[in-house]
Design a protein around this ligand. Structure first.
Ligand code: CTP
Length: 401
């Protein structure tokens, strides 16, 4: 959810500021770009050098920025507009009061006032300050501006007292923001199952029958679904695709049988399932225990049919929106429509090997989306990420119709 986001982190002067080093690491790990503004007093609690190193950006405190030869200024308007979201953590009673009242006596407040993006703040203060009507008044005003509070937790405070006012832990701040961002998205609250990649069917301990599927289409579908707010289970055959998204549960399998089991394990609990895998239709009837030695001039391997995963999901389907792929070389539309009916699908994505640039191992794809009412929509040749967005656009329209 935070991947690719520009995050402006404002750190104000409280003891919890030391924890923001962990927060910065988590944000960077989640794929965000982070710029940091410290208030004067915050730099007594956490080292700007540590934060600059972790965020890979200079840490800003003042309007003026001085180097050896010149004086420049830190443009709060640019900073505010650069940000996709602002996090103020820890947020002291003093800064919250200034935010609530439009005060603007430091770079952080000026950036806050210039920004148009969502603002999250994680208060940290002593328990009586947290309870004070004046602080509560700040919370209410900030809520009326649309700013989002990440509530403080109860525990031991710097004063030695015990009560509410501890800043939320960095992991909890990241989870809170991720869930909050996802809640307004078209697939929020939805669960999605995707199969991807090839399957490998063992011949002996070192050889297998496989195909050239890279898995890229399925991985892009998973990433797009996660970006649209879904919780995704991605069942993938052997693939070199990389993934780092906490909303995607990657289940690695090798054979068609393993993919069948994993897909069936999750199918009941999902709202949408997409079979993008290039499943081997056949597997060797027996798998040799030892490496098959070279002897005769001819070697025959007897193959038996694998179970059709998608067909079986079509039989089990209750309310799930079920999507298949069809890779065809002749009578494409007709064959795809036959598959859609036979496998009891809600839609099928046709890609033809006759299209240049479409298909296995390629970075691009050209698809036609066909739904069960036989509405047909053909798309141009696009990158697989763009194709994934088109496919999800079609699915989202239909599940929300
Ligand atoms: N599929 C599956 N399990 C199989 C075979 C296919 O889940 N054992 C799924 C694929 O993931 C794809 C769809 O079925 O979504 C169609 O796959 P495709 O290979 O085009 O069709 P087949 O049904 O295998 O028919 P054919 O190979 O004869 O065209």
């Amino acid at each position: 959810m935070l991947s690719g986001k520009n995050i402006l982190l404002g750190i104000t002067g409280g003891i919890a500021a030391y924890k923001t080093t962990f927060l910065v690491r988590l944000l960077i790990k989640a794929g965000a770009q982070v710029k940091i503004v410290l208030t004067e007093s915050a730099s007594s609690f956490v080292s700007p050098l540590t934060l600059a190193t972790l965020s890979k950006n200079p840490v800003l405190t003042n309007f003026a920025k001085e180097d050896d030869h010149s004086i420049d200024w830190n443009n709060h308007v640019e900073l505010g507009l650069w940000a996709d979201l602002i996090i103020i953590a820890p947020a002291t009673a003093n800064t919250l009061s200034k935010m609530a009242n439009g005060n603007c006596d430091n770079l952080l407040l000026a950036s806050y006032l210039s920004a148009k993006c969502p603002v999250y703040y994680a208060p940290a203060m002593d328990l009586d300050m947290y309870k004070h009507p004046s602080t509560k008044h700040s919370f209410e005003r900030l809520e009326s501006f649309g700013n989002i509070m990440i509530p403080a937790t109860a525990g031991e405070l710097a004063s030695g007292l015990h009560g509410e006012g501890r800043m939320a832990e960095p992991e909890d701040i990241v989870t809170f923001i991720s869930i909050h961002l996802a809640s307004g998205l078209p697939l929020s609250g939805k669960k999605v199952l995707i199969t991807a990649g090839p399957t490998y069917e063992a011949i002996d301990p070192v050889r297998f029958i496989g195909n050239h599927s890279s898995g890229k289409m399925g991985y892009e579908l998973a990433k797009t679904a996660a970006g649209l707010g879904a919780e995704v289970v991605l069942v993938s055959g052997p693939s070199n695709q990389s993934l780092s998204n906490s909303r995607i549960n990657l289940i690695k399998v090798v054979s068609a049988n393993e993919m069948y089991d994993a897909a069936h394990q999750y199918f009941n609990e999902v709202d949408v399932a997409i079979a993008a895998a290039a499943v081997a239709d056949y597997r060797p009837k027996t798998v040799a225990n030892q490496k098959i030695k070279k002897s005769e001039d001819d070697l025959s391997i007897e193959l038996i049919k694998n179970k059709d995963i998608l067909f079986s999901l079509g039989e089990l389907k209750i309310n799930q929106f079920l999507v298949g792929f069809a890779l065809e070389t002749e009578n494409e539309l007709e064959n795809a429509q036959k598959k859609l009916k036979k496998k009891n699908l809600d839609a099928i994505v046709l890609n033809s090997l006759n299209d240049d640039g479409a298909g296995f191992g390629k970075p691009t794809n050209k698809i036609t989306f066909i739904d069960k009412n036989l509405t047909i929509k053909a798309f141009e040749l696009k990158t697989k990420a763009e194709v994934a967005a088109d496919i999800w656009g079609e699915i989202v329209n239909r599940i929300h119709a």
